[in-house]
Design a protein around this ligand. Sequence first.
Ligand code: HEM
Ligand SMILES: N[C@@H](CC(=O)c1ccccc1NC=O)C(=O)O
Length: 263
Amino acid sequence: MSYGGYLDLGTLLAAQRPISRPEHHDELLFIIQHQTTELWLKLVLHELEAACAYLRADELAPALKCVARVKHIQKTLTEQWSVLATLTPTEYAQFRNVLGNASGFQSYQYRAVEFVLGNKNAKMLQVFDADPVAHAVVLQALEQPSLYDEFLRLLARRGYAVPAAVLDRDVTLAWTFQPELVPLFASIYANPDEHWAAYETCEELVDLEDNFQLWRFRHLKTVERIIGSKTGTGGSSGAPFLRRALELTFFPELFAVRTEIPG
Ligand code: HEM
Ligand SMILES: N[C@@H](CC(=O)c1ccccc1NC=O)C(=O)O
């Protein structure tokens, strides 16, 4: 066994193939920024799937360990935007045309992560109709209970009053705000010592969402500085579309509970 053999560096390092002609110096940065993101997303999915499985098996501590690793990856991904931010609008404009209609909308691993965190939308599946591998990954994430679903099921098994409608919901649908969960979380937050496992997990989920939003924010800011208000190659309005995504929340009840804490 050798270093390059074990890591399959031949394959990995042959996978950066700029298509601009003459080749633009900065296209390699653009490719590597995306490829490293996709590699980390692969690990994020692997860890989130494991976290779901541990929750299903009532093993909270190892589930939280997976979440902790995901949080570190998210921080790395958020920091990594600064590398791409060295790409000036002038430089990007010199090879943007070669990208055609390709865009981040087509990142199946990103879509699967959104789905595992509960932001589901079956319509996004059709983007992957022509790619069976991508389709299967996103479909699996659509059809399985989200991390939040698994946590709420675990709470129900531990005797917490999670409404039946929440436990029996169609998990392929996007999560919608469930007001009945707010008093349940309020009782957990009112007495952390008695509900430590639940309390700690709630805060870990809030961290995940916070980190996800920071990544989205840095994407938006990088996009603003590189393409301004141009429309996206994927057909969206560009920065306004990305700005609206900052209003999304995966765990609305965990934010609503904050208002209910006396004091
Ligand atoms: C010059 C750099 C970049 C620009 C100008 C840019 C721009 C955009 C725009 C305008 C969109 C909306 C879709 C569209 O109409 O095209 C988008 C979506 C997206 N981009 Fe980027 N992007 C850049 C870099 C990246 C990188 C490095 C990643 C990392 C993988 C990424 C991941 C995504 C994802 C996942 C979406 C879909 C977001 C969603 O559906 O909520 N982008 N990007
Ligand atoms: N949507 C970007 C293009 C872009 O960023 C992109 C193009 C091809 C492959 C991945 C991309 N990344 C994220 O959207 C743009 O409108 O310039």
